[in-house]
Write a protein that binds this ligand. Structure first.
Ligand code: NAD
Length: 403
């Protein structure tokens, strides 16, 4: 149960911050839990849209299509969005959605139908000032476009800011495509600078979708030694030509289709390789108390949400392994979503160069804030992130008179 593990993280942060029981219960409360059953040619698919805390602004968070999604997972993901949006200073609360469906088994036409059905079920709770979805695992700009179109048809008005991660033609922005990876990479580079480390470090990347593939390309281009990558089918280890692997993936293949001489490894083995940096860019709960002792990487970047659970946190800290936590390392996506949303709301289109430098400033500023607090309080980076984020949420709750 992922949400149970979140409670442990809040408990830890609340001890450091000396929070009252009332403050803790406000932090653990979900404001809106909507669920429904979507029908597609006689089959039924459970679906959710959940807002965790919205004291800072409208809900914001992606929609995931995955065969294992359940309410507990969407609750956890919406919680992380509250913490992330608060940490990085955005005017948003946290939300998330999901459909328990295996998109790999559906045609494009069926995916369009289910995406539109999702909006028909949840549209009353969505909107640019209520709750703003975006892509997540196995959803993309095409799906965002169908969802926006359905929403606008139901409401008989244009409202592009109701969803982000859209195609450029519908008000999306080009920075969005690799924003999560770009943000993670900026944070990693700044961290390595503080550690006085060169860039030739050996790196393994678990997950080779949007987040994993893009950071692989950025790191490869800057001279990092990427020795292993994996996707849901398995991984490869050896001398890798990342551009070639990306080409295979983009043609609909898997990383194992790479033809040069490499070793095949499993998704568990990739985690335990003797590397300097491990990038987690797949799904939750990859490092637990069962394998944490076997991790050899010195630095871990969580591009995925929740890939390390709290019991594993303790073990990694004990073994001197530094984790750049999800809520900071993967916050680039939502920062760019914020640019998209504000452009759509104001109609004021900003230049890409301006946005790029603003993006970099925000990512570095947030990293420095967290890093300095961790030094000052002698805390790991994750707890430092939680303290900054929780403080801002509780201030908003107090300002509203609800605390
Ligand atoms: P994606 O659907 O593009 O890619 C997911 C990748 O993970 C695929 O390559 C898939 O094959 C692989 N995968 C699935 N199960 C796996 C397993 N057990 N072991 C190894 N690989 C596995 O999704 P994405 O957008 O890249 O998201 C990946 C993670 O990053 C998710 O946790 C997501 O919540 C998080 N994230 C993504 C964004 C974004 O903007 N894309 C933003 C914030 C967080």
């Amino acid at each position: 149960m992922i949400f149970e593990s979140i409670k442990k993280r809040i408990k830890k942060a609340s001890e450091i911050m000396n929070l009252s029981d009332r403050e803790i219960s406000v932090l653990l409360e979900h404001r809106q839990i909507n669920n429904s059953i979507l029908n597609l040619t006689g089959r039924e698919y459970p679906a959710w849209r959940i807002i965790h805390n919205n004291s800072l602004g409208p809900g914001k968070g992606g929609i995931r299509f995955h065969k294992d999604v359940d309410e507990d997972e969407v609750k956890a993901l919406s919680f992380w969005m509250s913490i992330k949006n608060s940490l990085v200073g955005l005017p948003y609360g946290g939300a998330k959605g999901g459909i328990r469906i295996n998109p790999k088994e559906l045609s494009e036409n069926e995916i369009e139908k289910i995406s539109r059905e999702y909006i028909r079920k949840f549209h009353e709770n969505l909107g640019e000032n209520k709750d703003i979805p975006a892509p997540d695992v196995y959803t993309n700009e095409r799906i965002m476009a169908w969802m926006l179109d359905e929403y606008e048809k139901i409401n008989n008005k244009k409202e592009p800011a109701m969803i982000t991660g859209k195609p450029l033609s519908l008000g999306g922005i080009s920075l969005r495509k690799d924003a999560t990876s770009r943000g993670g990479f900026i944070i990693l580079k700044n961290f390595l600078e503080k550690m006085n480390k060169s860039k030739k470090l050996k790196t393994a990347i678990q997950g080779f979708g949007n987040a994993g593939m893009n950071i692989a390309k950025m790191m490869y281009d800057e001279g990092f030694d990427i020795v292993a990558v994996s996707d849901s089918k398995g991984g490869i280890y050896g001398k890798l030509d990342i551009e070639e692997i990306i080409r295979k993936k983009q043609q609909g293949g898997k990383v194992e289709d790479y033809e040069k001489k490499v070793n095949k490894i499993t998704n568990q083995e990739i985690l335990e390789l003797d590397v300097d940096i491990l990038i987690l860019a797949a799904l939750e709960n990859q490092i637990t108390k069962d394998n944490a002792e076997k991790i050899k990487a010195r630095y871990i970047v969580e591009l995925a949400n929740g890939p390390i659970n709290p019991e594993a946190d303790e073990i990694l800290i004990k073994n001197n392994i530094t984790v750049l936590p999800d809520i900071l390392a993967n916050s680039g996506g939502v920062v760019v979503s914020y640019f998209e949303w504000s452009q759509n709301k104001t109609g004021n289109i900003l230049e890409e160069d301006f946005l790029k430098s603003k993006f970099e400033k925000i990512m570095i500023g947030n990293f420095n804030k967290v890093y300095e607090l961790s030094k000052e309080k002698k805390l790991d980076l994750r707890n430092s992130c939680y303290i900054i984020a929780i403080k801002r949420i509780l201030e908003a709750e107090k300002a509203r008179g609800s605390l």
